[in-house]
Design a protein around this ligand. Structure first.
Ligand SMILES: Cc1cc2nc3c(=O)[nH]c(=O)nc-3n(C[C@H](O)[C@H](O)[C@H](O)COP(=O)(O)OP(=O)(O)OC[C@H]3O[C@@H](n4cnc5c(N)ncnc54)[C@H](O)[C@@H]3O)c2cc1C
Length: 531
């Protein structure tokens, strides 16, 4: 094995969070970094592909949260790069629900009424229920946060009819899949813009990289040539100690640094693609029955959080959402394209079965492309089957909506985020009543290993701007740590010099380890009592 490459900071992953973190470090004088990226490109879950003559976004498609008092930083980046976007209005989707049996759109009154009734009756029930988390619900915003509860109350034995299932799917899996989407809309505004630019959404990540990495000037967009960015480097082992970190890649290369920033997705962390030595901390949970009257016969869970025993549990408690956009190219349009027709819904007795459709005529007029979104179980199911089978299923659904005469699709594109071992899903999805300790634990550093990525953003997890802002937060936290270590070292010079003297025979080697205790963030032991 060659000598290890040595640097100050290794960044694992070149998605938006990793590239942003590297940029902030470079701007603050830490340029001695190495970025290890498993794929052959930067951008991660922001990814374009040419399909049917246009550029489609396989991953992030929308800049969500625009038009509010604060400006979404990703929207700012998009404006600086003149990224072409178009406004999307999902709210119309609920008026375009196709009945599986008749192939006709439910009269707008019926669909809108079902939707309104669903929401109103749920609020009513929840407000009457004292211990409901929605007892105080007064606004639409509160409603959005707690959509899980609404749906559970509304369909107390589960949604049954195709239209109920379709509404459940739109609200639950599509519009409100994350725990607090509200922060995005409250902070940055309620508008969402679809990126429709041939350079792709990923151009923003490339532009950021270009600001601190060397690029070739051959083409207008150039190519990142900087040796600090290493593509096709799959990190498999990470060893960390109070002296530093060493990272081994699948091709046998070794890298050493003072610190690591790990930006891989929560799905990758859960998959054990990367092994940690020593292993990431685990939490011990003790269960027993309380003899005391107040808690009599209740199971008590005492989470004994021994020093540094918390990380793995937090990682395993965060869900990952699988969200798949299937693209279909047709020789001509057969779907309505007028105003408020961009999105339409198929109501089927199987929940989430090719439910949510979008045409790309607003983004790319004349492209004749439809996109259908599947999630979770349905995503995994179609990932496991051939694209031909998926096309056949999609065509059956389209024929039941638009009739037998419609043409076959000429081409299909099925991204596989779940089976991609560098992603293992689309984005993090925290439990609805998330305990803030969970997110704190997920993002807290372990010794010299710092964690970043959309899943570490308390307010904006699941979004591109969550990834971007987490990259800034993590690199700032690391910069503080670097400064603290420098200060500690200069204050404790004697501890550093004396062991050297000992080596020359002047002193016994009994001095304390010459590294700041701050570097090891042992958690203070804590306990929780829950019934
Ligand atoms: C289908 C889909 C639709 C989405 N829609 C939207 C949307 O409309 N709007 C929105 O705001 N957000 C959306 N998102 C979410 C958004 O894309 C992500 O939140 C964001 O891009 C995450 O950035 P990140 O840097 O945290 O992670 P990533 O982009 O996943 O970056 C992590 C990087 O680490 C690399 N990596 C993984 N394992 C290793 C390893 N072992 N060694 C080295 N490198 C490794 C990966 O290849 C990747 O490049 C969507 C995501 C998906 C998948």
């Amino acid at each position: 094995m060659d000598n290890p490459t040595r640097c100050s900071v290794i960044i694992i992953g070149a998605g938006i969070s990793g590239i942003t973190a590297a940029k902030v470090l470079a701007e603050n004088g830490v340029e001695d970094v190495v970025i290890l990226e498993a794929a052959d490109r930067i951008g991660g879950r922001i990814r374009k592909e040419e399909f049917g003559g246009v550029t489609v976004e396989l991953g992030a498609g929308w800049i969500a949260g625009v038009g509010g008092q604060l400006s979404n930083p990703v929207w700012e980046l998009a404006r600086q790069s003149n990224l072409r976007t178009c406004l999307s209005d999902y709210s119309n989707a609920r008026y375009n629900i196709y009945d599986q049996n008749s192939g006709k759109i439910f009269p707008s009154g019926v669909a809108a009424e079902s939707y309104k009734k669903a929401v109103e009756s749920a609020i009513q029930k929840l407000q009457n229920h004292d211990d409901s988390p929605l007892a105080e619900t007064q606004s639409y915003l509160h409603l959005l946060i707690n959509i899980h509860y609404i749906l559970n109350y509304l369909f107390s034995s589960g949604p049954k009819t195709p239209i109920e299932l379709a509404i459940d799917f739109i609200l639950h899996d599509f519009e409100m899949a994350e725990v607090e989407p509200i922060s995005t809309y409250v902070d940055f505004g309620e508008r969402e813009y679809l990126v429709a630019d041939e350079r792709g959404y990923e151009y923003l990540v490339y532009k950021m990289g270009e600001s601190f990495l060397f690029t070739s000037s051959e083409s207008e967009e150039g190519k990142i040539l900087d040796s600090r960015l290493k593509l096709n480097k799959v990190v498999r082992e990470l060893q960390h100690s109070r002296n530093g970190v060493s990272v081994k890649t699948e091709d046998g290369c070794l890298y050493e640094a003072n610190y690591v920033i790990l930006s891989v997705s929560i799905g990758v962390l859960q998959s054990h693609l990367i092994s940690f030595s020593p292993p990431l901390p685990v939490r011990l949970s003790l269960f027993f029955l309380s003899p005391k009257s107040k808690y009599k016969n209740k199971k008590l869970v005492v989470n004994v959080c021994l020093p540094s025993r918390w990380k793995t549990e937090a990682i395993s408690n965060c869900d990952i959402m699988v969200y798949t956009k299937v693209f279909l190219k047709f020789p001509y349009k057969f779907w309505p394209c007028g105003p408020e027709k961009e999105f339409f819904i198929y109501a089927h007795q199987r929940r989430g079965y090719y439910t949510f459709w979008q045409h790309l005529e607003n983004a790319y007029p004349g492209s004749n492309i439809l996109v259908v979104t599947l999630t979770n179980g349905e995503s995994k199911r179609i990932e496991a089957q051939s694209d031909e089978e998926t096309m056949k299923e999609a065509m059956e659904v389209l024929r039941s909506m638009f009739g037998c005469h419609i043409p076959n699709a000429m081409d299909i594109l099925v991204p596989r985020w779940w089976n991609n071992r560098f992603q293992r899903g689309s984005y993090s999805n925290y439990p609805i009543c998330v305990n803030h300790q969970l997110i704190d634990d997920i993002k807290a550093p372990v010794g010299r290993v710092f964690f970043t990525g959309e899943h570490t953003s308390e307010k904006f997890n699941g979004y591109v701007h969550g990834g971007y802002l987490s990259g800034i937060d993590t690199s700032k936290a690391l910069l503080e740590e670097i400064i603290k270590e420098k200060e500690w070292k200069s204050e404790n010079q004697s501890f550093l010099i004396e062991p050297l003297l000992a080596l020359t025979g002047s002193l016994p080697l009994t001095q304390p380890d010459a590294v700041s205790n701050n570097l090891h963030k042992f958690n203070i032991p804590w306990t929780t009592l829950s019934s």
